[in-house]
Design a protein around this ligand. Structure first.
Ligand code: ADP
Ligand code: ZN
Length: 731
């Protein structure tokens, strides 16, 4: 019998394409035949599209009408385990296979031969004369924010001739650059001497090395306070993986983190790894994609979508800061990279390491239940000790109007300034003020397209909607009542806090770190490095600074509003606040000098604030777990969110009601439906939004029931439905 993985010329093959068709298409294998998994170009109507030979054809279509595969692309075929991974990930997240294939092929020109070529990205000049074609080119470049394309890619995507692009390049509206070739990545040497590890670290590294040598699937929760050397330990796991000739993947939550990490990798292995992120050019992406597929990239570092690269022999996946919410993709395919990492590893016999100082309750519960191995690093490396944490009771502080830095916090900062040490003031709100209020009529300025308030950004000199990104100039007169000069900012954002700090500490050098204040990730990285080298007395930051940066001279963290996260009705509000506060506090005292964290709070007796201060982590997790268990919510029960949206509010609600009434299939598995209810943000970009929530017992076949439940639904007009399995946010 023929190798079932190979199809002779003319044999029927089923091809998966990235087109939204929801089924495989039959084609005839091309001249020379093809392997299962081959990446191919196939005709579809008048077009040629990319596809993957998924298996034997079904043959239920008129054979005389079946066309042939045009060509087999010169890249490594998709491995059976990748096919399996995509299929299971699609089933889990209820995503069409075509969308999964798009995730797995996010690099253009996969089949092109390698060559030196010119690439094009957005320039800084605006042409005097705009044509429709020119506008389309610039729109494509803006839509892909920062990415670069080859001439052919760009012209095709914009639907223009290449002379339009070249014309724009001459005018400086598009920049022409030379791109790197498709070279293999430099060799990483696992046998260079690493740092000598502490006893704790050594034990952790040994356990991971043994696990990796077994070449069997398993997940390890590597818990350790910030600065305990988790990174050092898992780099040893990477080394062992490379020695075994397998590939390793390190997922990081935030692109700004990678600069420091890449330097550490280079120090440990003598070369830099492949780096997959949204700022990479299309050409870099193509290079990484191909090299990963042929085994010429040993280690890849990147954000969540790195998980869908075509690894040939993946032996290790590290998910650093595994509790981070950015691992959940919140639009398009709704998946959680942490969970998908476990799935992928289980399929290909790899080890997963989930690293965090403050694990998610999900991972904590899996470790408690014995599903995950557990490794713990309890001490900070070297002389560094954990910061002392205290609350500032805001009810007892004398606060002048429109100020947020309490006298106690002010004294602490002054003390650090005198000693030449750094302080961090943390506030989790971008912009100048969250609310702009008219003092004449009491109206707050809202977004025209969303049920959200516009946030003033003085730095950008505009009001911005944090939901849809819409901006408008700050008006002189109230849009509701027309009163002039009566608009006033209410509440603090990071820019307003910076203003207060500048007035309070006029001699200090102040650095403001907020993601929207930097034109590019590169500029942000540069700023972070400057700060780490001591080039700021006071750092004012949002969530961004909570994530793993090392600021050795920082000894004080002041949290402006520790109560902020506790107000939401979100199921994870307590967990998130606990994690965030402990992460932020962990920024202090990373080197020899001890640190202090001060939390401004109006409710210092709140159980979550008390747990944060006392550092009784086990106590906090146990209490939180017990509460969730009693409520039957994750991780002790299952949930799925259904979001219906459309421009006609009545239609959206009616459809929600139809779903809620026909819940038979859900009741059969013991699940319950809640809603429909207007989503907390009931309108985004002019679309009305309604949510339903499905709760099911832990072992229930939730996905299967949901797909049967929604299958009969016919979505009229611009109505859209999306299913969010294991929702993380409920907006
Ligand atoms: P974590 O990932 O747990 O936050 P890191 O691995 O970043 O901790 O370690 C914190 C700091 O201590 C880093 O600068 C790291 O290089 C240093 N460090 C940790 N362990 C060692 C060691 N065994 N030898 C030398 N330096 C170490
Ligand atoms: Zn908006």
């Amino acid at each position: 019998m023929d190798d079932p993985g190979f199809f002779d010329e003319g044999a029927l093959v089923a091809v998966l394409t990235a087109q939204p068709l929801d089924r495989l298409l039959d084609y005839k294998a091309p001249e020379g035949g093809c392997f299962r998994g081959a990446f191919v170009e196939v005709p579809l109507g008048p077009r040629k599209v990319l596809g993957v030979v998924w298996g034997p054809g079904r043959g239920d279509y008129d054979r005389s009408k079946i066309r042939s595969v045009i060509r087999v692309l010169d890249v490594a075929p998709m491995r059976a385990e990748m096919q399996g991974f995509l299929t299971r990930a699609a089933d889990y997240t209820l995503t069409p296979m075509s969308a999964m294939l798009r995730l797995a092929t996010r690099a253009p020109g996969l089949g092109d031969p390698p060559s030196m070529r010119k690439i094009y990205r957005l320039g800084d000049k605006t042409p005097d004369r705009m044509t429709e074609a020119r506008t389309r080119v610039l729109e494509v470049l803006r839509d892909y924010g920062g990415l670069a394309f080859t001439l052919k890619e760009l012209a095709e995507m914009a639907g223009v001739t290449s002379s339009v692009v070249k014309g724009l390049a001459k005018l400086g509206a598009v920049r022409e650059e030379d791109s790197p070739r498709d070279l293999p990545f430099p060799h990483l040497d696992p046998d260079l001497p690493g740092k000598s590890l502490t006893e704790d670290q050594q034990a952790g590294a040994d356990a991971l090395r043994a696990a990796i040598r077994s070449e069997r699937y398993g997940t390890t929760l590597l818990k350790g306070v910030t600065g305990s050397g988790k990174t050092e330990v898992y780099l040893e796991a990477v080394a062992e993986t490379l020695r075994m000739g397998r590939q390793a993947l390190v997922l990081l939550p935030e692109i700004a983190l990678t600069a420091e990490f890449l330097t550490r990798v280079e120090a440990r292995f003598g070369a830099r790894p492949a780096e997959w992120h949204s700022g990479a050019t299309m050409t870099e992406r193509r290079r990484i994609w191909r090299m990963v597929g042929q085994g010429d990239a040993q280690l890849v570092v990147g954000a969540r979508s790195t998980l869908f690269l075509p690894f040939q022999n993946l032996g290790l996946i590290i998910v650093d800061e595994e509790h981070d919410t950015s691992y959940k993709q919140e639009d398009g395919v709704l998946y959680n990279a942490r969970d998908m990492a476990v799935l992928r590893a289980a399929i290909c016999g790899a080890r997963v390491v989930l690293a965090s100082a403050t694990p998610s309750l999900e991972s904590w519960a899996n470790a408690e239940a014995g599903k995950y191995d557990r490794l713990e690093l309890t001490a900070r490396f070297g002389a560094a000790v954990l910061p002392e944490m205290r609350a500032i009771d805001m009810r007892a502080e004398q606060m002048p109007a429109a100020s947020w830095i309490s006298p106690s916090l002010r004294r602490a900062v002054t003390d650090r300034l005198e000693k030449g040490e750094q302080s961090l003031l943390f506030i989790n709100r971008r912009g100048y003020a969250p609310v702009t209020l008219c003092r004449a009529c009491g109206q707050q300025i809202g977004c025209d397209h969303c049920d959200a308030r516009m946030v003033e950004h003085r730095f950008l000199k505009r009001l911005m909607c944090h939901q849809c990104g819409e901006t408008k100039p700050i008006p002189e007169t109230c849009p509701s009542c027309g009163a002039e000069g009566r608009l006033a900012p209410v509440g603090p954002g990071i820019e307003r806090l910076a203003e207060e700090a500048e007035a309070a500490f006029p001699e200090a050098k102040i650095a403001v770190l907020s993601s929207d204040m930097f034109g590019s990730a590169r500029a942000l990285k540069a700023k972070i490095e400057e700060i780490a080298e001591g080039d700021a007395d006071i750092v004012i930051g949002t969530q961004l600074v909570a994530k793993g940066h090392n600021f050795p001279n920082l000894t004080l963290v002041g949290v402006i509003d520790a109560d902020l996260g506790l107000q939401g009705s979100d199921l994870r509000a307590a967990e998130r606040t606990f994690q965030l506060m402990r992460q932020v506090a962990g920024r202090a005292g990373r080197a020899e000098r001890p640190g202090t964290a001060l939390l401004q709070s109006f409710q210092p007796e709140h159980p979550v604030i008390r747990a944060i201060l006392s550092g009784d982590e086990a106590g906090f997790w146990k209490a939180e777990a017990a509460e969730r268990q009693a409520a039957g919510v994750p991780p002790f029960g299952r949930m799925a969110g259904i979001i219906l949206s459309g421009s006609d509010a009545g239609q959206v609600f009616d459809t929600g009601n139809i779903l809620a009434r026909n819940d038979m299939v859900l009741r059969q598995i013991g699940a319950q439906v809640f809603g429909p209810a207007p989503a907390p943000i009931a309108r985004i970009r002019g679309r009305h939004r309604v949510r339903l929530l499905v709760k099911a017992p832990k072992g229930a076949a939730l996905q299967e029931a949901i797909s049967r439940w929604i299958a009969p639904l016919r979505l009229k007009g611009d109505l859209r439905l999306s299913v969010d399995i294991d929702p993380q946010s409920f907006y």
